[in-house]
Design a protein around this ligand. Structure first.
Ligand SMILES: Cc1ncc(COP(=O)(O)O)c(C=O)c1O
Length: 429
């Protein structure tokens, strides 16, 4: 059992229900839950299992090691991996029946060689750069790679299973690049099918496009952020507007509470100076735990990241440090060491959200959740949280450590992430 003074409580029911909501938004497509970056910080295997329970028939992992970890963890649905360099363990991927993306001519050669070496038929998704200007074959490179792929297919080394791409402005569904990328994608699909490939899937839509742009759902949608209940289009609506529930609650406790006079400098460089006599509270997690230093607070213009403590909001005062930050709890505050501090969660009862932290730090909610540090224990609630090998400690419905935390030490009151709705908002990765 962990003695760390913080935890990230992950609600597996919320993940299941978010995948069901995404599937309802894309009724003609299958769902690939994107679980890269340790399930966006929520934990790879528990997240993947919950997503599959919720109806995902595919899992997406950027890195080869993540894809192999999914197989080692017993996930049997289709898995696609897409970001690798020349050291990729391609033979292991093919042996593990992982679908692989091909985004460069060398990658096709590498896949074909691994297929010949292992005797496996590789399942290949041709990644086309339709305008993002990132990973993918340019439309100019596509014909040569396609014809090489079809030659390898004829010899039994691989099967061209999918064509796929990724948007630059998915969170602005009417942006001209969205229409343009969709046209380039359609042309690429026509080219591949016209050359004789029988595609199993065409896929283009991330969370934002899944929720806002049915015309690009094709056979498979590829949501990530929305699986975790955060809105990818905060300007258009928060999670509740899309039937989503934020799955992670990040909480800590007050470590020290003390009264200081007006004019007292707080934390490094005294970026915050107390305007009156007030009560300061130290929270024992910092930027090494993923609390963004850019969410430091200074008066009068830059309120720090928000927390909920004692049923009310407080904000980071002064610089976020490596292992701690300070709150100005206000004059006469009665908070005490050990009191629960919620950094973000569902947004219920006026609590702050990951999107609130993103705004305070000038970033996106993707970065807030994926950066929650490895040393913060993940604890799981919801059906399946106690299953063997789910990958983390368990919290029961009363907020006490359950099956995996056998001695049942009481958790701070109200610490369990519920499946309630949120007014939070989320954005583009
Ligand atoms: C290629 C690809 N597809 C899908 C996703 C999921 O995106 P989102 O989290 O915006 O749904 C990502 C994440 O960045 C990605 O890189």
């Amino acid at each position: 059992m962990s003695h760390y003074p913080a935890r990230a409580v992950v609600d597996l029911d919320a993940i299941r229900s978010n995948v069901r909501a995404l599937a309802a938004h894309a009724p003609t497509a299958a769902v690939m839950a994107v679980v890269k970056a340790d399930g966006y910080g929520h934990g790879l295997l528990p997240t993947a299992r919950a997503a599959v329970d919720g109806g995902a028939t595919w899992l997406g992992a950027a890195q080869a090691d993540e894809a192999l970890a999914l197989r080692a963890g017993g996930l049997g649905v289709r898995v696609l991996t897409w970001l690798y360099s020349t050291g990729v363990p391609m033979e292991s991927l093919l042996t593990a029946d992982v679908d692989v993306s091909v985004a460069a001519p060398w990658a096709l050669d590498r896949v074909a060689a691994a297929a010949r070496a292992t005797g496996r038929t590789a399942r290949v998704h041709l990644k086309v750069d339709t305008g993002l200007g990132r990973n993918g074959l340019t439309p100019a490179d596509l014909p040569d790679v396609l014809h090489a792929a079809l030659r390898a297919q004829a010899e039994g080394a691989l099967q061209v299973t999918g064509v796929w791409s990724h948007f630059a402005f998915a969170d602005e569904p009417d942006h001209p690049t969205v229409h343009r990328q969709a046209e380039v994608f359609d042309a690429a699909v026509r080219l591949v099918e016209g050359a004789g490939a029988t595609l199993e899937v065409r896929h283009l839509a991330n969370s934002a496009a899944t929720l806002t742009n049915p015309s690009v759902h094709h056979d498979l949608v590829r949501p990530g952020l929305a699986v975790y209940g955060l809105s990818p289009v905060p300007s258009l609506g928060g999670p509740a507007a899309y039937g989503l529930t934020p799955a992670m609650t990040l909480e800590s406790q007050l470590a020290t509470v003390k009264t200081v006079p007006a004019g007292h400098g707080v934390s490094y460089a005294h970026a915050y100076v107390t305007p009156t006599e007030t009560v300061l509270g130290v929270v024992p997690i910092g930027y090494a735990d993923g609390v963004p230093r850019h969410a430091s607070g200074s008066l009068p213009d830059h309120p720090g990241g928000p927390v909920q403590v004692g049923g009310r909001r407080a904000a980071v005062a002064g610089r976020v440090c490596m292992d701690q930050f300070v709150l100005d709890l206000g004059p006469g505050a009665a908070d005490a060491a050990g009191d629960r501090v919620e950094l973000f969660g569902t947004g219920a009862h006026g609590g702050p959200t990951a999107e609130d932290w993103a705004r305070a730090a000038g970033t996106i909610s993707y970065e807030i959740v994926t950066r929650v540090g490895a040393r913060i224990p993940r604890e799981y609630v919801g059906a399946g949280a106690g299953d063997p090998g789910h990958g983390g400690a368990v919290v029961d419905a009363d907020g006490a450590d359950g099956a995996a935390g056998a001695d049942g030490e009481a958790a701070p009151a109200g610490s369990v992430a519920g499946a309630s709705s949120s007014g939070a908002e989320g954005r583009r990765s």
